[in-house]
Each structure stands twice: as structure tokens, then as C-alpha cells.
Design a binder for this molecule. Sequence first.
Ligand code: ADP
Ligand code: MG
Length: 315
Amino acid sequence: MALSEFELIRRYFTRQTPINTATQLGIGDDCALLQIPADKQLAITTDTMVENVHFFADVNPCFLGHKLLAVNLSDLAAMGAKPIAVSLALTLLSADEVWLAGFTQGFLALAERYEVELIGGDTTQGPLTLTVQAMGLLPQGKALLRSGAKPGDLVFVSGPIGDAGLGLKIMQGYACLQPEQALARFHTPMPRVELGLALLDVANACIDISDGLAADLNHILQQSEVGALITFEAIPLSSPVLAYIEATGDSLLPLVAGDDYELCFTVAPDKVHSVPDGCFQIGVIEAEPGLRLAKSGFIQSFTRQGYEHFSANRR
Ligand code: ADP
Ligand code: MG
């Protein structure tokens, strides 16, 4: 690389003053050091994005930096964890300074927004691959697990579903009259960090919607050994997504499209009054396994799932 690895790290990733009180030692030594309060558990997650698999080669690097961090913070949000720190492993074909400046701008702006410290990482040369490990704090024993749903729980989503999926369709050539919102949801999703924290004593189970509502809800159902009945008409849809469904007949989009990064969670009936405003009840957890969909008054069992890695149906 024209720019040395050390110069690159100094120029783009090192800041002078820590932004999170957990940081005892940040970038520059062999390891970073974090101080974890005695009454807290550390939640850790890792997500990798590979060029031409998870993003288009020509994507705006600022969007990419944002999204890479957002998808990791979204996993913390889905557990109810408060993000404190991230590490960043970058494999780059070359040290393209325009690209690096854009990427770090998107990444560090979102990190700053949540007071998440970039505490270290690794920088290597090779096909463009981006990995983040994110760390967050949870009150002991309070994590929102996928395995906690119980029959009778009500199923919620935290906002409109399908916009990011529509954004991907627009990228692939679908002509949409109002593309801005869908493209923004696809390129720069906002992790639902505050909501995850607010759900800590409210939800029985929670997941973030990365692979599609049906596939991700199915993870809750399988790990909780329960089923669910979802009412299609109760799923919140934006007007561009409604217009898309009307124009194409593709009413599966909100169930199978990923990348929305809203939360899907279940709540016992006696706690429903504590669900924060802006969430939508879309169904109910049942004892009988499987995902069922009520649509136009008919109940059908739902088998077609959203995107799963290593299956042949998408990207
Ligand atoms: P080592 O050889 O001990 O692995 P490196 O030379 O890879 O150390 O990294 C030097 C310092 O810079 C370390 O503190 C490391 O965590 C940090 N670092 C390297 N790459 C990145 C990156 N992409 N983002 C943030 N910090 C990084
Ligand atoms: Mg290294």
C-alpha cells in the first residue's frame, strides 16, 4: 500500500480523547483494555461484509461505513445491550484515500452518535472484506434472547417493513416513484439501540430483522419451541412499499426481504402497555409450532423463508 499501515491507522482511525468511559486503552498497543462494571455482562457480536456478496463494489463508501457499523449495533440492540466499543478488521485491495475518507466518515459518525469507541482492529491487503466486532453492556441476566417467547405473547415490529428490500429492488432497476426513503433504509439503516434498551424489562424475546421478517421470526419460534400467527394486514408498510406490491403483486416482499434492521419482539399480554410508542402488533405466539399467516381472512402456513446464507434463492 502506498500509505503505510501505521500512517493509515493514525490518519483515519485514531482519536485523541476517548468517547466511552469503558475505554481504558484504545488503539495503539497490542490489545485494547475495557473496564466492565461488576454488575454487567459483556455482549459481543461480529458481522462481516464482503464485496459483491453483501454490497455492490461501487457503493458510496460513506454508506458502507455506516451500514457495517449499523448491522453490528443492531445485533446489540436486539439483545438489549448498550454499545460501548467496536473493533474493525479491514482487508483492502489498496489504500485508496478517497474511499478511506468516505468510509471512516460514515463509520465514525455513527460511532459518535452512540458514543461507541473504536478500540482497535487489523488492516491487511486483499479482496475488500470488512469485519466489525461490537461490544455492549447488559444488566446481569437481562439479555433479550431468541428463546424467551411464550404462547399468548403478542408479536411486535418496531417500524415499517420492506423498505430496505424495496431499496435493493430499486438498485436492481425497479422504477419507483418515491425512491428516496427506500434507498436510505437500504444504504443507511439506523440500529434500534434505544428501543432495545427500553425493551429490557418488557419483551420476552427479540431479534433484529436482517434476513427478512419470516426468517428472523422463525428463529424466535424455533429457539422458543413455539409457533406464531401473523396478520399480513397488520404489518406496517410505507406507501412506496404498498405501491410496489400493488404494481407487481409481490406481496411477499415484507416477509422475505431483509436489511430493514427493525426489531421483532414478543411481549406477555400484561406488559403490552409498556411497549414504547411507534411499535406495531402484528400477531400472536401460539403453542403449535410453525409460522402461520392470516391474509385476506385466510390462514396459510408460511414456508417460504427470507434469505438464508448458503441457500440458493438470493444474493
Ligand atoms: P499488531 O501487529 O499487534 O496486530 P497492528 O499493527 O495490526 O498491531 O495494529 C496497531 C494498532 O492499530 C493496534 O492497536 C490495532 O488494534 C490498531 N488497528 C489496526 N487496524 C485498525 C483498524 N482498521 N481500525 C482500528 N484500529 C486498528
Ligand atoms: Mg495486526
